[in-house]
Write a protein that binds this ligand. Sequence first.
Ligand code: FUC
Length: 826
Amino acid sequence: MIKQIATLLLIIITSAKVHAQFLLRYDKPASKFTTEQRQDYNKPGYMQEALPLGNGRLGAMFSGGIEEEHIMLNDITLWMNSKRGLSEVEQSGTRIGAYKNFEKVRDAYRNEKYGTSEGSMEAMATKYLSSQQPLGNYAPFTDIFISTEHQSETVSNYTRSLDAFSGVGYVNYSIGKANFTREYFCSYPNDVVAMRYTAENAEMNLTVKASSLHKITNLNTEGNVLILTGEAAMENDPVQFQKRVFVDAGNAKITAQDDGTLKVENAKDVKIYVSAYTDYLPVYPSFKGRDFETDTKTILGNAVKLGYETLKSSHQKDVSDLMDNCQLHLEYEPSNVATDALIKNGPSLELENLYFNYARYLQLSCSRSAPVPSNLQGLWNGHLKPAWNADYHTDINVAMNYWMVETANLPESFTPYKEWLKILAESGKHVAKETYGIDKGWSTGLNGNVFGFTAPNEHGRRMQQSGAWLCQNLFEHYAFSKDKEYLKEIYPILKGAAEFYVEFLAPWKDGSLVVYPTWSPENAYLVEQFGKLNKQAYGASFEQQLALNLFTDCIEASTVLNRDKTFRETLQNIIPKLTPQKIGQYGQVQEWPEDWDNPTDQHRHISHLIALHPGRDFSPLTTPELTDAALVTMKHRGDVSTGWSTAWKTNFWARLHNGDKAHQFYKFLTSERTYPNLFDFHPPFQIDGNFGCVSGVCEMLLQSHLRSIDNSAENIEKAAFVAYKKDKKQTNHFVPVVPDENLAEAPYILHLLPALPSAWPNGNVRGLRARGGFEVDIVWENGQLVEARIQAANNGSFRIFSEGKLSKVITLKAGEIKVFKNETIK
Ligand code: FUC
């Protein structure tokens, strides 16, 4: 009883600090977005300091500039420099008829033609398979500048902040006795950006200007509405867009000026609403058709009718409901310093806590219900040529963006990813056929855009297949929700990906089935002999692991939906033939089927541990030898790497049950790989690190990827399903296991505090999600579990694993809650 009261108190006390744990605060404006910065994303400034808002489609950043506010707008569908509206086959980017040369390309692999010279695997793949269509890049949208006639020198008490709990940005300052405030938000329920400028003991003169880096086809005013219409350059059909900016200054005077701006004079309270759309529609292969002008007008009209207070309260409710679903509370003394100083001061629990909560805000702001997922920069971009085109990289980045939506309880954010995969599956069937001569299923390559590009990119050598990787998140969304309607919806995508691999896998010289052409993202081997570009390979371990993962998921999906028994059997027959996972000469997980690993190689990609995370097939509890080997690999790969790589390492160490090591990477990322606005620093800005490391924190506190296949077994080693078995003859080989028939029904094992770091002795987390459809709150003290509260979304069963003890199977009804303490886990 006393403990229960203490727990309650802890939750009440920590929730009183709610705002500090969600607040970004600065005492100066963000830098101006200079022409040099616009042209060179490596020059940090506005993009790294301004604060982001978004509703998953529309995005905005504000600088809080005193003389002039700069609001940069984005629309996640606005791309440029690509093509759309080609024929169904061409729109995929495939090379028509490439399949006629495919066996010639494969010969180079079969004959192991290393290096890059003529006839090499590299040269052949590039020559015969690579796309000749442009991928394009994610584009900036438009800007709004609001000049104030204020001067920085006269300003006191300046703050610029973002309350990530309710999704509202603020700017406050005084000039003499006058106080000025600004508020900004981007509403999901009403699809507009809204702002309010107020003055106390003074009046304001504001000039509102709309601009764009793209060609403006029309800039005019209708009363107090600025209308900017423009187009982003494409290789064949510019993407058109419009933005409307409505200014309500009460009784104050508003004048449309000759230069296309609106001037507001002597106002005390000014409200501004912005609506914006492109002509993009997620319709293959045209990708156009939205009546963007009508929509822009209608949506703005609706916002005007509702008024500022209604827009704001519905927005705050929308965001805070989602933010409230999952929260981390670490115990620390708040420093009360500005956020940029907090980062500069080095690692702290305060920063770690804020970073976790803020990543959830960023996630719901850049991924909600748009037809396309968050890209390398979420949806915030002010560069006509952003880093890596701000595209969809499928060899870690886009999948990493979406790991945390399940564990950190934002399943709402997953929809755009699923919708995008529907397009890839439609487009990718043309690539399967034209590039590889396979008329079943679909294929997609390393780089994606919003126009259904699925071909191997212009360097055909780059990893050709990413269907299995992308489908991992797709199935996980089912594993966490157990939503059969969703499973029905995505089953054709999953099956199509598996069908392609069934045809694409080919026997290697040892008789096992391997994927080729392939590479192990983006790493080279035998570099001294064949150079830094010697990357093309066969049977790269990551891809073999992903094929097993996909086939296992597909077998489960078809069992649950009671469909495609014959196809299920095909998969069951193939699995044991997949080339084994191997432990190499240094005791490491081999990255390739040959023992080519170099122990001094610290490449940022560690894809051959994908079965450890986000996969489930390597675990210290089920495959100890493979995980010992993974530990060797992790040591080889070292400690310092890019943002997303650091984030992945946080997850790996958590899955290796080493909380202190996982924490070391989280600490490094939050303090060393973070810009002043808490955007991840690859460098330059790349959002995957923000999301990936928060997934790592979830993995430190709760894991649920193992399943109890033997419910009568009392210890986990006997109970859990094992996906790789040691080969009887070659003891460093591990052969994929055909999933047990009843795996689909097997309860997930909820492992509580599997990697709690010693730096977090006390704390609690609310609303983590576990596979099987459960929400879990955990309280811990002195590094020990105090209690776990588990709530079932549907009728379902699970087992708990905590401090080495495995419970019996526990069954809950939908909505039922059960509280466990260490002594009650039986
Ligand atoms: C992959 C990574 C790079 C970068 C790019 C966008 O190519 O190897 O580090 O994140 O994606």
